[in-house]
Design a protein around this ligand. Sequence first.
Ligand code: DC
Length: 235
Amino acid sequence: MSKGIGLDKGIVVAIDGPSGAGKSTVARLLAERLGYLYIDTGAMFRTVALAVKQANISPEDEQALAAVCRELEIAFERRDGAYRVLANGKDVSEAIRTPEISLLTSRISTKKAVRDVLLHEQRRMGQDGNVVLEGRDIGSVVFPDAEVKFFLSASPEERGKRRFLELQAKGEKVTLEQTIAEVAARDAQDEQREHAPLRRANDAYLVDSDGISVDEVLGRMEKIVRDCEAEQTTS
Ligand code: DC
């Protein structure tokens, strides 16, 4: 794909897929290899969910949700090699990863009031290109003209197992069955919601990570982006 006339904007890489498909790891490492900015849009929805919980408002109250979003400034920062998420300057990186916040995030991310604010914010953050954005609707809604789109997937059992090991490592008291069920419940909510449901963009590369190492997945994806970069410089 060639660049638009007069635009020297960098490449936008969109990575979508269901929870637990390994998107975060792959997106972060791919951005590092490419020297691109990394934006975890799931973390943005999670930060809104945390603010909703702290404000003690109903996740069904669209007006209150909009007000919470308006007062919330989300930023990403790289500190000592790790990505930190800041909500109005406060580090919420760990607080947004609990199972309770995961479920609340899935609920508030169905709301138009929340999606509209974050859509605007995500477009602003990615407007200069040279960026990897990961989420559910990046290639289909946020950046439908992204130069490279990936849809990363894996079976629900595999994804549940990965999430279980992650939570266990953090000392969370969860069972494998419970985690697989939560992954399935979130899939259903993400796929069935009215606004920006999880779906693969027609022009997205499908990457199935079942039984493939992270390194191999990364290698395949990096090659595709590098080819696109090469095409852009020659066109
Ligand atoms: O990727 P994640 O598990 O951190 O995402 C958390 C929740 O946010 C998940 O339920 C889906 C939702 N989400 C979304 O609706 N749209 C995005 N672009 C990113 C995440």
